[in-house]
Design a protein around this ligand. Structure first.
Ligand SMILES: [Zn+2]
Ligand SMILES: [Zn+2]
Length: 176
C-alpha cells in the first residue's frame, strides 16, 4: 500500500490509517466525521425543517414552559487568563426566557472574568457582552432559525448512526 491521503482532512497517511466504504482516513476521528457527514446528507432538509418546527412548538426542554418559542440559543462567555483570553460559546435548545437567563449569566461571567486577559480581554469583553445583550432582544420569529434546523438535522443523523441503521425509508414522498 502506498501513501494515502485522508479523505476528510487531506493529511498524508504514512502507514496504517483506516479504510472504510472505499475511502482512506488518517484516523478514527476523520472516518467518523465523514460518516457523520454522509448521515447528515441522508437527512433531507425538509425533514429537518419539519422536525425543527415540531421542536419549536414543544414545551421548553429546560423549564417546561409551553409556547415560548423553543430554538437553538447561544450565549458567550469571555474569560481572561493573564496572557490568554478565551471566548466559549454555549448553545442549547431552550425557550426565549431560558435563553435570556443563560445570556444574563454569561454577561455576568464576562463582566467579572473577561477583563483579565492581556491584551485581548478588554477588547473582547465588551464585544461578547454586546452579543449576549443582542441575544436577549425578543424577536418574533414564526419559523425555526436555520441554526436550529441544522442542529436538528445533526441530531437526526446522530440518532441514525447510533442505531446503526439507514434512515427510515422513505423519509419523503419523492417528488420526481
Ligand atoms: Zn484525517
Ligand atoms: Zn425555558
Amino acid at each position: 500500500m502506498g501513501l494515502g491521503i485522508c479523505h476528510t482532512c487531506d493529511a498524508i497517511i504514512l502507514f496504517g490509517g483506516i479504510r472504510r466504504d472505499g475511502y482512506h482516513y488518517c484516523s478514527r476521528r476523520c472516518a467518523e466525521e465523514a460518516e457523520m457527514g454522509r448521515a447528515v446528507e441522508m437527512v433531507p432538509e425538509e425533514v429537518a425543517e419539519q422536525e425543527a418546527m415540531r421542536v419549536r412548538g414543544d414545551p421548553c426542554p429546560d423549564c417546561g414552559r409551553a409556547d415560548a418559542g423553543v430554538d437553538l440559543r447561544a450565549s458567550h462567555r469571555c474569560t481572561g487568563y493573564l496572557l490568554h483570553t478565551s471566548v466559549v460559546t454555549e448553545r442549547r435548545i431552550c425557550c426565549r426566557f431560558c435563553g435570556a437567563r443563560h445570556a444574563l449569566r454569561a454577561i455576568a461571567h464576562s463582566l467579572l472574568f473577561g477583563w483579565w486577559g492581556f491584551p485581548l480581554g478588554p477588547i473582547l469583553t465588551p464585544i461578547v457582552v454586546l452579543r449576549d445583550l443582542f441575544v436577549m432582544i425578543p424577536r418574533v420569529r414564526r419559523s425555526p432559525s436555520p441554526a436550529l434546523v441544522e442542529a436538528v438535522r445533526l441530531d437526526i443523523a446522530a440518532g441514525v448512526l447510533a442505531q446503526g441503521q439507514l434512515p427510515p425509508v422513505p423519509l419523503l414522498p419523492s417528488g420526481d
